[in-house]
Design a protein around this ligand. Structure first.
Ligand code: HEC
Length: 125
């Protein structure tokens, strides 16, 4: 018979192993909100670069909105919203809900995609 503490220890170890294998969690702090690698593909797919200059994304040299250089360390999003991984994901999911009337259109981006894109943006420091 296993002692309860042994069982707890094994459960904790299994949980840690599962967390380490979770996609998007394996690559350190930049990926804590989503999968930054997937975010790179999504940024191309949603053509964020037609309006933004985004470092590391080929062809992303738009100048409709602000450049996203070092956006991962910016204090405010759009000058109003305290920057955090969650508020960044909310912004991408629906900028009109986040800050009604601003110039970035709602693009109908699902929450999961928004979080992966936020993870990518947080690698820009
Ligand atoms: C049609 C043009 C357009 C598209 C497409 C667009 N944006 Fe924007 N975006 C804007 C504008 C304009 C602003 C500035 C809003 C403001 O500050 O009021 C903005 C602001 C932002 C900001 C805040 C920047 C800052 O300096 O505070 C982020 C982050 C951002 N967009 C990310 C994205 C991402 C990611 C995508 C693709 C999913 C995207 N945008 C697609 C026009 C666009």
């Amino acid at each position: 018979m296993m002692r309860p503490t042994t069982r707890l220890l094994i459960a904790a170890l299994l949980a840690m192993m599962a967390a380490a294998c979770e996609p998007g969690r394996a690559n350190g702090p930049d990926n804590f909100i989503g999968d930054a690698r997937r975010g790179t593909d999504l940024v191309k797919q949603y053509h964020c670069g037609s309006c933004h200059d985004i470092p590391g994304i080929a062809g992303a040299d738009g100048n409709v909105g602000p450049p996203l250089h070092r956006i991962g360390t910016r204090t405010y999003i759009a000058g109003y919203i305290q920057n955090s991984p969650d508020s960044m994901a909310d912004w991408i999911e629906d900028p009109q809900r986040a800050l009604p009337g601003n110039a970035m259109p709602r693009m109908g981006i699902p929450q999961k995609d928004a979080r992966d894109i936020a993870a990518l943006l947080y690698t820009l420091k």
